[in-house]
Design a protein around this ligand. Structure first.
Ligand code: IMO
Ligand code: MG
Length: 425
């Protein structure tokens, strides 16, 4: 029995889903606890490829249960799109997908307000995924305007809440942003129908999960986004609107911290970022383009090209500290296979001073210059390798140096997208 959290240690897109998929084999329940359809979790199983935005990636294992916890912001139409796609591939979710009654609902007006706001602020736009994430969490924190999954069950209250919100949001859309509002009657009908379809999945998932833990089941928490996108500890304001860090699993699923046995940070062997904001080790040169090309670094949710750079130990230090990482799973090592040299950012320098801790102030971060250690590449293919000792010596040297500098032990090395392309250390 184990309760494990798998989460991103960087800016998202670390390959979390591949690690979750791998670890699902010895888990009973897989749980999403924060974020929403902004996530793009890709897994490859044989000839099939799946991209999940809301349903936990563990769902492809047909004997496992999956939970969408209270901390998630749920777009029911996006959820059913995934359910339908799974069903078209012969995978049924019935009886094993559970959605929290306390999760907040994403409505079309959230997306409309987000899009209008991103356009309005222009150069300082966050570069969001436009999935309505921020405005939905705003309504949750605001309390009076939030609508929860459980509200879908109340045929009297739901239309009232939607009507009041549409009127208010339309006012904002027109007055503040000068754009058209939404039509309320159609929206109410749509959400009543979605509510009916969602009803069999709705439950108190905190009770479900705690019962499962007490019954000795193994639970896997699937983080979305990454540590540096955390609303409190990330590169604010260029972050997402939820706690992507380990504590988010407790609040976002309704379990106590003493239940958690292990926190695995997923670390890409280099760094990527989508959206705006400073990125100290970014490579705005041929090398950055080369990594993007080899790694096909384009967003799974929005298709945007990802910004690429070297691995940053200062960031990993933040991830280790905030999440209390027990180990890390290093992914996409194979993408570096052909490089002549590989760099690791060991610390930053600012005004001649050494900086070891990721600064909270973005203006300070923007003045930080990365200091690198250069290691020789291995220039040998690795995807066929299945044991750590068989990795090229320089690959092991790189991994061991990253582990030593970050003070995080390595538990898994991934050398390709397939389930089998995994090395347990
Ligand atoms: P997964 O789970 C990478 C980024 C967006 C933007 C910022 C805020 O696949 O790793 P949001 O729509 O969340 O309000 O956007 O966060 N972002 C991600 N970047 N991977 C993700 O998810 C992301 N989800 C959001 O690009 O910079
Ligand atoms: Mg992704």
């Amino acid at each position: 029995m184990a309760v494990r959290i798998v989460l991103g240690a960087q800016w998202g897109d670390e390959g979390k889903a591949k690690i979750v998929d791998y670890l699902t084999t010895d888990s009973d329940v897989v749980v999403r606890y924060q974020g929403g359809a902004n996530a793009g979790h890709t897994i490859k199983a044989g000839d099939l490829e799946f991209v999940f935005h809301l349903i936990p990636a563990g769902i492809v294992h047909q004997d496992k249960a999956c939970v969408v916890g209270n901390g998630v912001v749920l777009d029911p139409a996006a959820l059913f799109q995934e359910v339908d796609e799974l069903e078209s591939k012969g995978i049924s979710v019935d009886g094993r997908l559970f959605v929290s009654d306390r999760a907040h609902l994403v409505l079309p007006y959230h997306k409309a307000v987000e899009e209008a706001n991103e356009k309005k602020i222009g150069d300082s736009a966050i570069g969001t995924t436009l999935r309505g994430i921020g405005p939905t969490y705003q309504d949750k924190i605001n309390r009076s305007t939030g609508i929860r999954v459980g509200d879908l069950l109340d045929a009297e209250l739901l239309p009232e809440k939607i009507r009041a919100n549409v009127r208010e949001k339309n006012e904002i859309l027109k007055q503040v942003y000068g754009v058209e509002g939404l039509e309320e009657v159609q929206l109410i009908e749509e959400y009543m129908a979605l509510g009916e379809r969602l009803t069999p999945y709705i439950t108190d998932t905190s009770v479900y999960l705690n019962d499962a833990i007490e019954a000795g089941k193994s639970i896997l928490f699937e983080g979305s986004q990454g540590t540096l996108l955390d609303i409190d500890h990330g590169s604010y304001p260029y972050v997402t609107s939820s706690n992507t860090t380990a504590g988010g699993a407790c609040t976002g699923a309704g379990i106590g911290p003493m239940r958690v046995n292990e926190v695995v940070g997923v670390v890409k062997a280099y760094t990527t970022r989508v959206g705006n904001g400073p990125f100290p080790t970014e490579l705005n040169d041929e090398m950055g383009q080369r990594i993007r090309d080899i790694g096909h670094e384009y967003g799974a949710t929005t298709g945007r090209p990802r910004r690429c750079g070297w691995l940053d130990v200062v960031m990993l230090g933040l991830a280790r500290r905030i999440n209390g990482l027990s180990s890390m799973a290093v992914t996409r090592v194979d993408i570096l296979d052909e490089l002549e040299e590989i760099k690791i950012c060991t610390h930053y320098e600012r005004n001649g001073q050494r900086v070891d801790h990721f600064p909270g102030d973005l203006n300070v971060l923007a003045e930080c210059k990365p200091v690198y250690e250069t290691l020789p590449g291995w220039q040998t293919p690795t995807p066929h390798i299945r044991s750590y000792g068989d990795l090229p010596e320089n690959a092991r040297r790189y991994l061991e140096r990253v582990s030593e500098l970050s003070r995080i032990p390595i538990s898994i090395v991934s050398v390709g997208p397939d389930r089998e392309e995994t090395i347990v250390v």
